[in-house]
Design a protein around this ligand. Structure first.
Ligand code: DC
Length: 220
């Protein structure tokens, strides 16, 4: 049976950093599902397709061949990772991610990958929808203030002018949207282990989650 590790949690909890490290440690393919929603948003916007144009959106997704190479998302042969975090995509992705038909298509793709590879997948609905039978389910959280501080320091280090309070507000707004949308809202799966990283560094979080992965490997 294939190994699948599900990591869900709010924006800025450190899911992708931790999942990449665990992917390397345990030789798992890292699947960043947020970047798949971002890619759909990027290409929909490039083609002038609005979230309510369901048929156009579905045909667009059918034309996007997505796979991951070295943790990066490749769409139709092009590495689009840099474009996926631009501000227009970030500001619009939750509108496209709320469309049930978009979710259905991406969930199908994500399940397909997990059938062919051992994966560590991060997102909002991995343990509850995409990989209900995941080998290990983690719900990674941190207090909003802590997540805002991390984001603030990351941007300051890149010489980007930012305001802490607006980052905090943005994080709280995204939390609300992600956990209150009608389809597949962010919630902890009943059988997920909650890891609160507020007072932990990256190494400590990796160690904490590794413990659950090791337990699974010993059982399997
Ligand atoms: O993790 P992220 O910020 O890159 O996610 C981008 C958006 O996609 C965010 O609005 C939440 C949404 N998302 C989702 O609805 N389901 C997922 N499995 C992953 C992300």
């Amino acid at each position: 049976m294939r190994t699948s590790i599900a990591i869900d949690g709010p924006a800025g909890a450190g899911k992708s950093t931790i999942a990449k490290l665990l992917g390397k440690k345990y030789d798992l393919m890292y699947i960043n599902t947020g970047s798949m929603y971002r890619a759909v948003t990027l290409f929909a916007m490039k083609n002038g397709i609005e979230p309510n144009e369901i048929e156009k959106l579905c045909s667009l997704i059918d034309e996007l061949e997505m796979h991951f190479e070295n943790d990066d998302l490749i769409v139709n042969g092009v590495d689009v990772s840099k474009e996926l975090t631009n501000i227009e995509v970030t500001n619009n992705v939750s509108r496209y991610a709320a469309v049930p038909e978009v979710r259905q298509k991406l969930v199908q793709l994500q399940r397909g990958i997990s059938k062919n590879y051992d994966v560590i997948m991060d997102g909002r609905d991995i343990g509850t929808v995409v990989l209900k039978d995941a080998s290990v389910k983690i719900f990674l959280t941190a207090r909003p203030e802590e997540r805002a501080t991390r984001r603030y320091e990351e941007l300051i280090a890149k010489n980007v002018k930012v305001d802490y309070n607006s980052i905090l507000e943005d994080i709280k707004k995204r939390d609300y949207i992600d956990s209150h949308r009608e389809v597949d809202p962010l919630q902890k799966a009943e059988d997920a282990v909650e890891v609160d990283s507020s007072l932990m560094n990256i190494h400590e979080v990796v160690e904490a989650i590794s413990k659950y992965i090791e337990e699974y490997k010993n059982r399997a």
